[in-house]
Design a protein around this ligand. Structure first.
Ligand code: SF4
Length: 304
């Protein structure tokens, strides 16, 4: 007998946690599977939050890990990733998730945690999943819509403390505060709260820029004055140290939102990378991850 499975990708953030809760409440635990794609550099408190949620739901969480950290992916592809080019989403989240889905023979509905601010993303996501034979649904758009802050729901209704990155002011809770898509404000939060992480990525970026092909690239962009230019982490840190009056929230308004998850199934750039890789499977890697001591980049999540 075929059984319809309801699968949720749990990022260890608040939106996906509320998504899981809603799907369990509607379909029951026996029809639900929770999947977590581990990038190996989530903040230690995200893993604590995941454990607390696991206890609340009293269900297992399937963990999929490609094995590399995002920065190992970038080193292997010889690139300095940024808001526009971030193959980590595809390599570490979408690819393992899709590979896992393909092992399931039962009909599947995938539940994505888009809320009302992301309705514009639903059409493309639905189309891309449907093209592969999977249904998609968006539980945060089910009525009644939850209008309270998700952190309040989790803290007061569930009695679980949200991942600490939210309380530290981050605009997201991804990849331990070193996400390549985050803006200057979040990078400075990492400089303030986790200076050792900032220093590690700053050193990585400096080493990567010491190459004629990559010298004009950086993780962060400076868009002041209407011009867009690379802003190396060293320069961002020096600017901050020279002027402690920088308003991080103001910097956030100039930054794009961090969006990273399994919803972007067919991002054109990511698809191109997949095709390139497939057509050149034996292409030698110009950089080995170990050249940058990459296993040290949160190989063991802080706080674990
Ligand atoms: S959160 Fe950022 S660094 Fe982490 S996988 Fe996604 S895009 Fe890459």
């Amino acid at each position: 007998m075929l059984i319809l499975k309801h699968i949720i990708s749990f990022s260890t953030g608040l939106s996906s946690a509320l998504t899981v809760e809603r799907v369990i409440n509607r379909y029951g635990k026996s029809a639900v599977e929770i999947v977590f794609m581990d990038t190996k550099i989530e903040d230690g408190d995200n893993y604590r939050f995941m454990d607390d949620c696991r206890r609340r739901w009293n269900m297992p969480i399937t963990t999929l890990a490609e094995g590399r950290t995002p920065y190992q992916v970038f080193a292997d592809q010889s690139i300095i990733a940024n808001q526009k080019i971030a193959p980590c989403t595809f390599r570490l989240k979408i690819e393992p998730f899709v590979a896992y889905l393909e092992t399931i023979s039962d009909p599947v509905t995938i539940h994505i945690g888009y809320d009302f601010s992301e309705i514009h993303r639903c059409e493309a996501t639905t189309k891309n999943y449907n093209a592969r034979g999977w249904d998609v649904d968006y539980p945060l758009l089910w009525k009644p819509i939850e209008y309270r802050k998700y952190a309040d729901v989790v803290r007061y209704d569930w009695c679980i403390e949200p991942p600490r990155m939210y309380a530290l002011g981050y605009t997201h809770a991804n990849c331990g505060g070193v996400c390549v898509k985050q803006g200057q404000g979040d990078w400075l939060r990492t400089l303030i709260n986790y200076p050792e992480r900032y220093a590690e990525i700053e050193n990585w970026e400096t080493a990567m820029r010491d190459h004629p092909v990559r010298k004009n690239y950086a993780i962060v962009r400076d868009q002041s004055g209407g011009n867009v230019s690379p802003l190396p982490l060293t320069e961002l840190r020096e600017r901050y140290e020279a002027s402690l009056g920088i308003d991080l929230c103001e910097l956030d308004t100039e930054s794009a939102c961090v969006s990273c998850g399994v919803g972007d199934l067919s991002h054109p750039h990511l698809t191109k990378i997949a095709l390139d890789r497939a057509s050149r499977p034996d292409r030698p890697r110009r950089f080995a991850a170990s050249q940058f001591n990459m296993p040290g980049i949160f190989a063991n999540p802080p706080g674990k």
